[in-house]
Ligand binder design. Sequence first.
Ligand SMILES: Cc1cc2nc3c(=O)[nH]c(=O)nc-3n(C[C@H](O)[C@H](O)[C@H](O)COP(=O)(O)OP(=O)(O)OC[C@H]3O[C@@H](n4cnc5c(N)ncnc54)[C@H](O)[C@@H]3O)c2cc1C
Length: 433
Amino acid sequence: MTERFDAVVIGAGIIGTSIAFSMSKAGWRVLVVDPLAGSGQGATSSSVAMVRTQYSTLEGSALAWEGFHCWQDWSGFLDLESDEPVAPFHPAGVLTFKTANNGFLEHQLGFSRQLGIPFEFWSVARLQSLFPSWDLSSFGPPVISDDADFGARSDAELETVFFPKGGYCPDPQLAAHNLQRAAEQHGARFRFGEAVTGIDKKDGHVSAVTLSGGEQISCRVAVNAAGPHGQNINALADPDGKQRIRTRVVRHEVAHLRCADAATSDASRIMLYDTDIGGYIRTDTGDSILAGSLGARGEVELAADPDDFDRNLSPQSIEPLYRLAQRIPTLGIPNTLSGVADLWDVSDDWIPIYDCTDVAGFYMAIGTSGNQFKTAPVVGELMTALISACEQGTDHDQDPISFRLQRTGHEINLGFFSRNREPNPASSLSVLG
Ligand SMILES: Cc1cc2nc3c(=O)[nH]c(=O)nc-3n(C[C@H](O)[C@H](O)[C@H](O)COP(=O)(O)OP(=O)(O)OC[C@H]3O[C@@H](n4cnc5c(N)ncnc54)[C@H](O)[C@@H]3O)c2cc1C
């Protein structure tokens, strides 16, 4: 054994780097290991990185609201001593609709009121003045293009809700790199180009991890933040391990195309979560946009092997654009699509698992289900609280710890994220969480 650390964080995505930052700030001697060449080069690098607050659970909304406060003062959050560039955050409101598939936002609006998250109801006339070329008919429920109902309008009027507090980070990989630098400032170390291949135990407690080169690193704590590889890491620690909530790996595709009419007439930044057509968009550079699916009847989930998956867009990737063209009739659909295909690490109920495990000293922050970039800064803090409490003897399974969100003042019971919870019936069972 060459080195000793208090904790090894497995994976340097936005989740692992955030955990490393928070733990090292709290005094832990942390090593982060990742087989890639740098931080944030896994799924994080492809993230659309939109920060919104409307979730179908109170805890999900509270975490996202706290996350928003971290992103809107990213430099302050990092508190870097060096003057290296930090990832920008572009404030942008979230435009969405009350539709049957989101329960007409009843719960989301209730939670927003409870948490003090502002929102506004917009008339169709107001929306039309902002987007003069859009077709504001109601087309839902969302269906794929060869469905007989595709393109059919209903008489229902679109009911618009606008959440002014949101935004996006146009460089999610840089954000992870920033967290790496912030963690290093507090003594954390990073090793790239090496994978964790073994998790060793002594007297039932984590004692070391083994790296792909054969080296053993002594540690009392190992944290699984391996995203789409999360199940592989769990198997290293506890091959026969059982947990009620499982995770699976799903490909998600995002198209990149030009669309001048996605811009607002008053030049304000808006992100669209169009639950009526089943798609989302946000602006990118110039008049280009990023667009993806929020789910539609007939859409097939694309299962993937994290060690061998196709990074090319599938024929299905054009489907959300066909639906988007209902809303924005001037949208030109290119003959050849460009964009990214990357992985979501999806839990059974699309709510992450932030928890201890049956192996003392082994923790996991996985199952981020395509919706946890925004919360990552807070996930580091809550995992640090959870790990510290457990290592001091708290039985989190029996007596789940409560965590205070320091910027917004709300308190959440971390049992909500348990690996052994019943699948949460309130979940949208979609990327919306
Ligand atoms: C296309 C796309 C769009 C998205 N859009 C949004 C959005 O708009 N808003 C939002 O909030 N969220 C969004 N998400 C989700 C969000 O980006 C993810 O939840 C988040 O990036 C996951 O981070 P992670 O650190 O868990 O995973 P990753 O970034 O994948 O990091 C895991 C790391 O673990 C490493 N690893 C794997 N095996 C090992 C091993 N054996 N040893 C050591 N390390 C290992 C990997 O190399 C990788 O770097 C999106 C995701 C995708 C893919």
